[in-house]
Design a protein around this ligand. Structure first.
Ligand SMILES: O=C(O)CCC(=O)C(=O)O
Length: 294
């Protein structure tokens, strides 16, 4: 039987210090005001290799009425400001996600797009959210769905991590994470705008994705109120055994933890559950994935 063993030979190694910045939403604050505040929050993060921001923190994930007006292109000023943060602080920055459009002030398509900057401020990777949340309103009616799983190699002097990019509601779809494991993912980053009413799901699903894929999971949520929805906070950093290394409460917060990918390799070696997958039965597609910039 031809069993893939990417998780054995994953290039992930060493250590990375990761911070998640849980942003409080206030609809009275302008997006411009919010970005200045988030810049301040990030400037207080010390010694991180990777900073992660939440989903749609700039727009408000439930502020549907202003998405079109506040949609950004990938060369917009907000993204330039975030690029500058990455460059000035010499840190990889997963800037969360944005309502992305191709042309502002038009009726062109929109997506919920995450953006990863490397430590020189270069836009390294983008990911368009695959699973749109809202059933009959919100995302399914306003934005296009992505159709491409995306991984990126986050690399610093201290460590390297093959990283899977997913967004919020994606957390409910384990097949996406299992699929990315074929690219050797050792870390999953999940920016989110997850409501308070379903925080128990958020906690358990993050731990489940970590345990079943023997990977680190960094979940960065919003706090505060957005229209009728209260965000749940509880951003968390979970290790490959499902242990919570750091967790926020419901307020604005920064959480931080050191991820050890040599230890992850040892977890995969000493409890080699991933080698017992039956991809031959499930026909999980074998496809190499690169860094996609869209
Ligand atoms: O799945 C959930 O309960 C929340 C998902 C969500 O809020 C989102 O994807 O924006």
């Amino acid at each position: 039987m031809n069993r893939m063993k990417v998780w054995d030979s994953s290039p992930s190694s060493g250590q990375l210090e990761v911070a998640a910045v849980q942003v409080k939403f206030d609809s009275a604050e302008s997006p411009e005001g919010r970005i200045s505040r988030v810049e301040d929050l990030m400037s207080d993060v010390v010694d991180a290799d990777l900073i992660v921001l939440p989903e749609l923190w700039f727009h408000g994930a439930f502020s549907f009425d202003s998405w079109r007006q506040n949609a950004v292109t990938l060369d917009s000023s907000v993204l330039s400001r975030l690029s500058k943060v990455a460059r000035d602080q010499e840190v990889w920055l997963h800037a969360g996600s944005f309502v992305q459009t191709v042309h502002t002030n038009s009726d062109s398509d929109m997506w919920n797009t995450s953006v990863l900057f490397d430590a020189s401020g270069t836009q390294h990777t983008t990911y368009k959210k695959i699973h749109r949340f809202g059933f009959t309103e919100g995302e399914p009616t306003l934005v296009e769905a992505g159709d491409e799983p995306v991984t990126a190699v986050v690399q610093t002097d201290t460590g390297t991590a093959v990283t899977g990019l997913t967004t919020c509601y994606d957390l409910r779809f384990p097949e996406l994470y299992r699929y990315m494991l074929k690219a050797g993912t050792a870390l999953h980053v999940v920016p989110a705008a997850w409501p308070l009413s379903r925080v128990p799901h958020w906690e358990v699903l993050g731990r489940a994705r970590a345990i079943e894929n023997q990977a680190y999971v960094v979940q960065c949520n919003m706090a505060g109120m957005d229209h009728q929805t209260e965000y749940g906070g509880h951003s968390q950093i979970v290790d490959p055994n499902g242990e919570i290394l750091a967790q926020a409460g419901v307020e604005e917060a920064v959480i931080q933890a050191r991820l050890d990918f040599d230890r992850l390799a040892e977890v995969r070696r000493s409890f080699p559950v991933l080698q017992d997958q039956r991809a031959d039965i499930w026909s999980i597609r074998d496809q190499s994935m690169g860094n996609v910039i869209k």
